[in-house]
Design a protein around this ligand. Sequence first.
Ligand code: ATP
Length: 242
Amino acid sequence: MTLLSIEHLDVDIDGRAILDNIHLAIERGEIVTIVGPNGSGKTTLLKAIIGSLTPAWGKLHRAPGLVMGYVPQRLHLDPTLPMTVTRFMGLPRRHAPERIEQALERAGAAGLGRLQMSSLSGGQFQRILLARALLESPDLLILDEATQGLDQRGVADFYRQLESVRRELDCGILMVSHELHVVMRASDRVVCLNKSICCEGTPQRVATSPAYQAMFGHDIQDAFALYRHDHAHRQETAELAS
Ligand SMILES: Nc1ncnc2c1ncn2[C@@H]1O[C@H](COP(=O)(O)OP(=O)(O)OP(=O)(O)O)[C@@H](O)[C@H]1O
């Protein structure tokens, strides 16, 4: 089922073209990652999708009744402001305690409700943002560089949590990421953006596309080598188990 489809989308900011002729569709149950250099329009595209900015041109169709959850790129909270996780989860709208607990559990943050927001580690903070986006059991979960600042282990754990969210909610996941090696493992489809979409497809297909290689150079070869390496190991493990 198509959750969201975009056709001929253009976004201008202050008279400058930021996105040009974007076509994109997201299906239920798939994980799609947008990659691209700084300033290539990734956040702008997510903002157009959630409706926080108006496109200059094009069609954006959301499935009827579509519920979206959004994890922003940054959220600054005043560290001197006392606020528990549970209270934060109830902003700006109150939710039943059971619903908050369920969202925390789905985000891998069960038991953190009574902690102060200012006491959380970077990884815990990101999980609370994820939990907040899960409160309404979204059909489409949208994340903007949700693992920024986490160490490698934290990034891997976070992506594993997303896999479990997808399984549990059968939602679509659209995210922006700079972690190429994880993107290659965790995504069903990769979209490479630089004002327009330069290439898109399975991670394998995109990794070997000239447009993508021109953009990411050796980074992508390393990322793809790691991807294949991991797969080889998984296959060996399966063979050993059989
Ligand atoms: N509110 C704004 N006012 C003016 N220019 C803006 C605004 N928002 C975005 N831009 C410009 O639009 C372009 C794309 O920005 P955007 O944040 O979408 O890029 P990005 O790909 O998400 O970048 P990054 O990887 O650095 O987060 C940039 O040149 C940015 O300066």
